[in-house]
Design a protein around this ligand. Structure first.
Ligand SMILES: Cc1ncc(COP(=O)(O)O)c(C=O)c1O
Length: 338
């Protein structure tokens, strides 16, 4: 039996998101925080989790100064991207290169996607985006700011112009906002009803819990909530996320350390011949390297894992900011290879 023939054509030609464990000593490939927390409380494993994630959502709402009704929880923000595309459909517009899941999920849901290249500074090509918005009327536009894999935040004015010009929903994905000094769009749904902001706990030390949120107008939240699976965040994750978020001091300290280490990494990498790091507002740095393939493989031989991004941005690699020790090991190995 040819199983492939049973699969819908859009899924047949879809390539799965590449995520596998590669053994290494220094792990700087996945934009996680190197700092975790010891958290676990008594959990009743015989009971279903709270479908509304009440305690967690209340805490998130309080700390982000929005109302509970303006929040919705996802099993990572990945799941919310899925729900958003399922709810509003396409065309789905996004700049490229960007986070690959916007395209993968659109295709999985058989939804038309429109990709517009970023400009030469990896900022939004406003003219082209506005042209597409006017001509194609996308139902959804995804703007990851700070953007992955380029690392920079987009111009706030350009994002705002896109929101104003759009008749559809505009999603500002702020997965890396904790590492950025640029303005957040978190509470602007009060001004723009078509604005959804995505946040995740994955980049600030809680990636293993798979917990993300969308913040939006209550009506938008209610519509997306219709397609949410009832128990999408398990009890352990809900409890641990609450505990993690309450460790405010530790969390802020780890964010500060990563930002200052990023500056240091950037400074050191800029001094190296054959390496060109791109300015970063996230917890990672995209850099161009002569012989990027050799550098990636050379680092891996030394058990240092970073991410090969040459498929998305020519000759580019992406390194996540680690602990000071991990970053020194990376810099030392990179210097040796050069
Ligand atoms: C821009 C962006 N959005 C969303 C995500 C997904 O995060 P989560 O772990 O919450 O699913 C990532 C993860 O790499 C990302 O880079």
């Amino acid at each position: 039996m040819d199983i492939k023939k049973l699969v819908k054509p859009n899924i047949r030609s879809l390539k799965a998101y590449k995520a596998k464990e590669i053994p290494c000593r220094v792990k700087l490939d996945a934009n996680e925080s190197p700092y975790g927390f010891t958290i676990l409380k008594d959990i009743k494993t015989n009971r279903y989790p709270d479908p509304e994630a009440l305690e967690l959502r209340k805490l998130v709402a309080k700390s982000w100064k929005v109302k509970y009704g303006n929040t919705l929880h996802g099993n990572g923000s990945d799941e919310l991207i899925y729900y958003l595309i399922n709810t509003f459909g396409g065309p789905v517009l996004y700049p490229v290169p960007t986070f690959s899941m916007y395209g993968i999920i659109s295709q999985a849901l058989n939804t038309k996607k429109i990709e517009v290249p970023l400009d030469e500074n990896f900022d939004l090509d406003l003219k082209e985006m506005l042209k597409v918005i006017k001509a194609k009327k996308p139902k959804l536009t995804f703007l990851a700011s700070p953007n992955n894999p380029t690392g920079n935040a987009f111009s706030v004015e350009r994002i705002e112009k896109i929101i104003k010009a759009s008749k559809g929903i505009v999603v500002v994905d702020e997965a890396y906002q904790d590492y950025s000094a640029k303005k957040s769009f978190l509470t602007l749904f009060n001004k723009y009803r078509n604005l959804v902001t995505l946040r995740t706990l994955s980049k600030i030390g809680l990636a293993g819990l798979r917990t993300g949120f969308m913040i939006a107008d209550e009506e938008v939240v209610n519509e997306v909530n219709k397609v949410r699976l009832p128990f999408n965040i398990n009890s352990l994750s809900q409890k641990a996320a609450v505990d993690g978020l309450l460790k405010k001091k530790e969390m802020s300290a780890s964010i500060r350390s990563i930002v200052s280490e990023r500056k240091l990494l950037f400074k050191e990498m800029r001094k190296m011949d054959g390496i060109c790091p791109h300015p970063a507002d996230a917890n990672f740095i995209l850099f161009k390297a002569d012989n990027s393939d050799k550098i990636y493989k050379g680092l891996l031989k030394k058990k240092i894992l970073i991410r090969d991004m040459s498929g998305a941005v020519k000759d580019c690699l992406r390194v996540t900011v680690g602990t000071p020790t991990e970053n020194s090991a990376f810099l030392k190995a990179l210097k040796q290879l050069l």
